[in-house]
Design a protein around this ligand. Structure first.
Ligand SMILES: Nc1ncnc2c1ncn2[C@@H]1O[C@H](COP(=O)(O)OP(=O)(O)OP(=O)(O)O)[C@@H](O)[C@H]1O
Ligand SMILES: [Mg+2]
Length: 208
């Protein structure tokens, strides 16, 4: 489905350690001499970066459906202009959040219909699904504490704790539905231990 490359996504709540682990994985891939691309949602393309500014602007109120459609617009552009070309080259593509975040945030979190989300995601991505999804699972209270230490909360971080609890359950439900794709890790474990588990899962999926 993803050509000759390997497509890896990282999921989990704010402050779970996605950026930390993606940085470590990027370094590992670099040391191993494996061509790779690190990207993120929303963003990753000029259009995606503009959409990101809109989505994270605390001055805006964005309803659930337009919020999802904005993420989908960024995702469609990212898949077409960056992810698919990289996979065709045979690169490893590592994406900070992907379609599972929409299922968790806009579906389980905001209550949009899961069938609608899947249909639009199918259209936006052409059905491109990660080969491996690393879920960094964390109690939302711990995650928000970690994120708050880094400065001003963005629009998402202001949302209530109950929303974040639904989000966590959403991610865990998605992971349970596709146990072969998901690697679910306890994000309170030490960074180096998590990095080793992730590297093991990546190596197991790399063409030999
Ligand atoms: N395994 C860990 N144990 C304890 N603290 C960690 C761990 N991994 C990362 N952290 C710390 O938690 C904070 C959040 O990490 P990071 O920015 O990587 O999370 P994130 O998932 O990318 O968050 P966001 O969704 O907001 O981008 C940072 O201060 C980081 O140093
Ligand atoms: Mg991050």
């Amino acid at each position: 489905m993803s050509g000759s490359g390997l497509f890896i996504s990282f999921e989990g709540p704010e402050g779970a350690g996605k950026s930390t682990q993606i940085g470590r994985l990027g370094a590992q891939l670099g040391h191993a001499g494996i061509p790779h691309v690190l990207t993120r949602e929303p963003g990753g393309t000029p259009l995606g970066m503009r959409v990101r500014e809109v989505l994270l602007d605390p001055a805006l109120t964005i309803d659930s459906l337009p919020e999802f459609l904005l993420y989908s617009a960024s995702r469609a552009q990212l898949v077409g202009n960056l992810i698919r070309p990289a996979l065709r080259r045979g690169d490893v593509v590592v994406c900070d959040r992907y379609a599972d975040s929409s299922m968790a945030y806009q579906g389980f979190g905001r209550g949009l219909d899961a069938g609608l989300l899947r249909q639009i995601t199918q259209a936006a991505t052409g059905g491109l699904t990660p080969n491996l999804t690393v879920l960094l699972d964390l109690d939302p209270a711990v995650g928000l504490q970690r994120a708050a230490r880094r400065g001003q909360p963005d629009r998402l971080e202001r949302a209530d704790l109950e929303f974040h609890q639904r989000l966590r359950q959403g991610f865990l439900t998605l992971a349970a539905q596709e146990p072969q794709r998901f690697l679910t890790l306890d994000a309170t474990r030490p960074e180096a231990e998590l990095a080793a588990r992730i590297w093991g899962a990546v190596q197991a999926r790399l063409p030999s």
